[in-house]
Design a protein around this ligand. Structure first.
Ligand SMILES: [Zn+2]
Length: 158
């Protein structure tokens, strides 16, 4: 029995990934996502999904991690390229963004804000709108109100 019988065949998908290979893989992933986007825009969903599958295979094979913005573009379960309203539905629920894949039903829960934008806490626009409403409601009391009402929770004029 030849010694080579049990030796796993080299080349192809096995073996060391050189820096040049990884660079090319990265370029191909970018190109495939660009193609997927274009095909999805043209209504060719099957092609878009196919490009996502290929990009993910390359990513897996060459240890190329996708950029965060790319990870938002497809379903991790069925590799469907996500087009808002057509292949994915996004809802806000309990302060989270819930994205439901319309092909397989898998849900992803994401923070409403991008992590990089997190430091600012709470929407200031909403608060000021609320304050404006208070001003309008407080406008009603007349000048003849007795002074013993001054201790009420209602904000006084000025
Ligand atoms: Zn899916």
């Amino acid at each position: 029995m030849p010694a080579t019988a049990n030796v796993v065949k080299r080349g192809g998908r096995r073996g060391r990934r050189t820096a040049a290979m990884v660079r090319i893989a990265r370029e191909r992933v970018l190109a495939l996502f660009a193609l997927a986007e274009r095909e999805a825009a043209g209504g060719h969903d099957e092609l878009a999904d196919r490009y996502v599958v290929l990009a993910r295979k390359i990513g897996t094979r060459y240890n190329v991690r996708f950029l965060p913005e790319y990870r938002e573009l497809y379903c991790r379960s069925c590799s469907t390229f996500w087009v808002e309203g057509r292949t994915v539905r996004t809802r806000l629920r309990a302060g989270r963004r819930v994205r439901t894949c319309l092909r397989c039903g898998r849900r992803r829960r994401l923070p409403v804000r991008e992590p990089s934008l997190l430091p600012g806490r709470g929407p200031e626009v909403g608060r000021s709108a609320e304050a404006m409403e208070d001003v309008v409601l407080a406008d009603a009391p007349s000048e003849e109100e007795p002074t013993d009402r001054a201790d009420d929770d209602e904000p006084q004029e000025n």
